[in-house]
Design a protein around this ligand. Structure first.
Ligand SMILES: *Cc1c(COP(=O)(O)O)cnc(C)c1O
Length: 306
């Protein structure tokens, strides 16, 4: 069910489906289209608003007045959360991984300008969110606690709204970038038996150790999924000249900007799969542009042509 009372702040009708040219990279490609969730809002882009939507519902249900969460110095999630709270007249706070005071990253400065309270946290403390939750339970008793990246059951439910707001059932394969796996889980939960959800991991992990894969296996669904862990380009937030080169070429051909952390790796990975004839003929692919270009701010200027 779509919550009757979706929070405000983004214009859902700004998102659209963009078909990619058939001749892209001279591949005998299946039909490929991109759901441009990056167009929802310049700041709350992509999947993040959806993950927050059901946390927002909880906030109303429990009569809370703020949101508190966790993130690193270039977090798309915190940017979305801070702006969302600003738009809706809510308080916001975040535990930041590491101490960046007084030299704030552009992202952290932006968060502060939108009124978010920043709590710089040692790597040790950050690794134990439950302890932080206990220690700060009084200070943040009027806030809903949101896991890093907007993950959790509530985040999955929110991400599932993507398939209710946009017609996804025409596609045989739906591809998305994976951080916490929340978005992929939400899409998987709502997909049909004829569909396969393809996830491309932004993190380096051993396939067999993957908690994300276990989480996905636990989702009740008729659909299939494939989780690819080989396209991480060195690990979370890491880049390679090949990735930057792909992102620049992709932008030139499609006018679609991507980011080094998530969507660059998604599109590059999918095109490698296409080149290896992974998709059966007549497949119809929809790739979710999950937005979030914050990571590109960590690059030297001039690295990208957009
Ligand atoms: C946060 C983010 C993701 C990861 O989403 P999960 O639900 O955590 O897997 C993917 N793409 C972009 C652009 C993001 O900002």
């Amino acid at each position: 069910m779509i919550p009757a009372d979706l929070p405000t702040g983004v214009v859902l009708t700004n998102a659209y489906v963009q078909k990619l040219p058939e001749s892209l990279f001279n591949l005998e490609a299946p039909e490929v289209a991109v759901l441009r969730l990056d167009k929802l809002d310049p700041d709350i882009s992509g999947n993040k608003w959806f993950k927050l939507a059901c946390y927002h519902e909880e906030l109303i249900q429990y009569g809370k007045t703020g949101m508190v969460s966790f993130g690193g110095p270039y977090s798309n999630h915190l940017i979305a959360l801070a702006k969302h709270c600003k738009n809706n007249g809510l308080k916001s706070a975040a535990f930041i991984r590491g101490n960046y005071f007084p030299k704030l990253s552009t992202t952290l400065q932006q968060l502060q300008d939108w009124g978010m309270e920043l709590l710089f946290t040692s790597l040790n403390d950050y690794a134990n969110p439950n302890l932080l939750k206990d220690r700060f339970s009084t200070q943040f008793q009027d806030y809903v606690w949101i896991p890093e990246g907007g993950a959790g059951v509530t985040g999955i439910k929110g991400a599932g709204l993507i398939s209710q707001l946009y017609p996804l059932s025409n596609y045989t394969h739906i591809g998305c970038a994976v951080g916490t796996g929340t978005t992929m889980a939400g899409l998987l939960k709502e997909a049909t038996a004829q569909q396969t959800i393809i996830g491309v991991s932004a993190l380096k992990m051993k396939d067999e150790q993957s908690e994300i894969k276990a989480m996905l296996e636990g989702i009740a669904t008729d659909a299939k999924f494939e989780f690819f862990t080989a396209f991480h380009e060195g690990g979370y937030g890491k880049t390679t000249p090949a990735l930057l080169n792909f992102m620049n070429r992709f932008y030139k051909e499609t006018q679609i900007p991507t980011d080094i952390v998530y969507t660059g790796k998604l599109f590059k990975g999918i095109f490698e799969l296409i080149a290896n004839a992974y998709f059966p003929p007549k497949s119809k692919l929809l790739l979710i542009h999950s937005g979030g270009l914050q990571g590109n701010r960590s690059l030297p200027s001039g690295s990208l042509n957009f």
